[in-house]
Design a binder for this molecule. Structure first.
Ligand SMILES: C[S@@+](CC[C@H](N)C(=O)[O-])C[C@H]1O[C@@H](n2cnc3c(N)ncnc32)[C@H](O)[C@@H]1O
Length: 160
């Protein structure tokens, strides 16, 4: 099996190397996920993003790029925090970097589950589902939004 990991952060890629040392077939790329999918010719059985690029990339760009790189029946699944009520679409946060540096600006895309389902269908995904999984037992209440879709007919590279 070939497993490909993509992250902008060298630290995250180092963590992957530490966690899975010497795994055959694993390759890691320091890259923007959208750029990776736009440049790659690989075809994947499954693509997943855990609180990662799918949350921080315009879905109007990333969903078709992933779709074009999935096998027929291939799955795209991603997780992120559920939206804050009333705050939907592209959200921007300022992340402090230090007293002498401007804060980093991080954009993310938040929608309610039904809206994610509609967006995936619009981009040609089939068998779509989106739901909020409850937090595990304990003091924290925020669950996890889990979205999933399968490569449909539309959006295949080279087809109309
Ligand atoms: C909240 S962390 C989650 C990391 C890890 N998946 C986890 O669950 O612990 C978000 C990660 O997404 C990565 N990321 C954000 N936007 C990205 C993009 N456009 N392409 C690749 N990686 C991205 C960040 O570098 C960061 O490592």
């Amino acid at each position: 099996m070939r497993a490909v990991g993509v992250d902008l952060s060298v630290k995250q890629l180092d963590k992957a190397r530490e966690r899975w040392p010497g795994v055959d077939g694993m390759e890691l790329h320091e890259a923007d996920a959208l750029a990776y999918f736009e440049d790659t010719v690989a075809v994947f059985d499954a693509v997943y993003s855990v609180f990662g690029a799918a949350w921080f990339t315009d879905p109007g760009l990333l969903l078709p790029a992933v779709h074009a790189n999935l096998k027929p029946g291939g799955v795209f699944a991603f997780s992120q925090r559920p939206p804050v009520e009333g705050c939907y679409g592209c959200q921007a946060s300022y992340i402090p970097r230090g007293p002498d540096e401007d804060p980093a600006v991080v954009k993310r895309w938040d929608y309610e589950p039904a809206v994610w389902e509609a967006i995936l269908k619009e981009q040609g995904y089939a068998d779509v589902s989106a739901s909020v999984i409850d937090a595990p037992p304990g003091s924290r209440r925020t669950g996890t939004l889990f979205v999933r879709g399968v490569r449909g007919i539309r959006g295949v590279r080279g087809s109309s």
